[in-house]
Structures are given as C-alpha cells and as structure tokens.
Design a protein around this ligand. Sequence first.
Ligand SMILES: Nc1ncnc2c1ncn2[C@@H]1O[C@H](COP(=O)(O)OP(=O)(O)OP(=O)(O)O)[C@@H](O)[C@H]1O
Ligand SMILES: [Mg+2]
Length: 258
Amino acid sequence: MKKMEIIAVKSGKGGCDKTTATINLAAADAVLFNKKVLIIDTDGRGHTTSMFCDDIKYQVGDVLLGRAAAEEAIVHTKWENIDCIGCGEEINEDMKELEKNIFMDPMHRFGKVLQEISKRGIYDRCYIDCNQDPDLMAVNILLIADRILIPARSDDYSLEGIHKMLEWIQQVSSSRESKLQYQVMITDKERNVESDDSVNKMKQLLGDRLCESIIRHQAKAVQHSYKPEIRTPFVLAKKRAGVADDYICLVKELYQYE
Ligand SMILES: Nc1ncnc2c1ncn2[C@@H]1O[C@H](COP(=O)(O)OP(=O)(O)OP(=O)(O)O)[C@@H](O)[C@H]1O
Ligand SMILES: [Mg+2]
C-alpha cells in the first residue's frame, strides 16, 4: 500500500507565498507528474479553498472535531488527481474548542485524521497550506508532517521567518518518532546587492536545505491570486509563464523527477 507523504508549506512570516506555493506545487505534482494529491487548507481566509472548491459542506475544523468524517469533507476537484479539504473562518473557533477538549488529544488530532486518510492508500501526497503562527494547528502539523517547505523571499525579514521556523522544528523534534525534513525555497530572487546578501546568509545557514530552484517574481502570479474567474493554478495554464516553469523545476528538484 502506498504511504501518503505529508508536506506542509509553512513559514514564520506572513505573505511569503505559502498559498501560491501550495497551490502550484500540488497542482504540478498531481497533473503534470501524475501523483494523487490531497490538498488541505488550514487558513481561515480560504484562499486555497476558493481555488479548488465551489461549495464546501464541511471544512477541516469539522473533521478535526469529529462533526464530519474526512471522506465527507473531501472535495473531488475538476482535476482528476486533485482532492481538497477546505477551510473557512470558523477554524479559529474550532481550534479553540479543540484545545479545550482534552480527551480528543488536541495536539495529535490532525495526525490521527491524516493517518486514517493515509491508511486508505489513495493519495501519494498531502499538501497543507498553513498560516504563519506557532499555534495549536502548527504543533499538530509539525508533529505529523514528513517535510516542511518554507517559502522565503530574498530579504532579511524572511531570514527572521526562517529562524523562527527552525526554532519551532527544533522544539517539536524530541516529540517526533522520525526526523522532520525541511527545505527552504526562495520565491522572489531580485537581482540586487541586498537580496544577494540575504540569499548568501540563507545559504550559510541552510546549506543544501536551500533549494536550488528559485521562483521568479512575476505579475502572472498576482493575477491568479486576485482574479476569481481564473481558477486554474498558473502551472496548469495553457500558456505557461516563466514563474510556472520555475515551480515545475522546483517540483522536479524536490522529488527528483526526470
Ligand atoms: N512568484 C510570485 N510573483 C509575484 N507575486 C507573487 C508570487 N508568488 C506570490 N505572489 C503574490 O504575493 C502575495 C502573497 O502571496 P501568498 O498569498 O501566496 O502568500 P502567503 O504566504 O500565503 O500569505 P499569508 O501569510 O497571508 O497566508 C499574493 O498577492 C500573491 O499573488
Ligand atoms: Mg496564505
């Protein structure tokens, strides 16, 4: 039976392209490289959800609190290989409720749900779009993920976000059975002295945990995030922009595809 690899896209900083990366890495992996993918949105603003789902009856919080089975919350999208569990603003209240419900084992709740999904042997990978906070959701995810992808822009604020993530990873490591892998991906390499300086600091800190593939900054990425009528990840657009090619290179690097 295939094991579902769990990849969380998380950073200690907001607005560093986590959602864009989740959507496009998952979509490329599923459609261009034929992997069966489950995407889970955990951000109450639901940007990833609105890319993939029309209506959602149940969201991830309903599954965590046992109001719905995972199968009831999974939406089969118009792409054969992509399923999605959505998220809505109720998630904040749901997490507060989970925190209080000690008999539900709040820190391992997400892990239990994912183990049940994995047992069904349907999915090759599960991609989780995360927020930037060190909250209960983050603990759940850091305890169960196989690897964390940390998107970062090429500036020193992002370096701070990376430091935070490394600290959190370190803190959960003793509570995990297996080692948590992580990689950092740069999502906006600008060509100037300051950004080169930041990238060099990242290289020193991370060594080969810094991905070689770098995502360029391009207007196409922004259009796909604010125009609701474009509900296709840009890696799957008919006419591929440079930023889409970069994401495809990154997927090849991450999973060593030919
Ligand atoms: N390669 C890119 N080129 C240009 N703009 C980009 C690129 N990637 C993402 N963006 C834009 O940057 C903004 C932030 O991206 P995104 O929402 O993916 O970040 P995030 O880390 O998920 O943010 P948050 O912390 O709010 O969840 C969006 O407007 C998005 O369209
Ligand atoms: Mg986001």
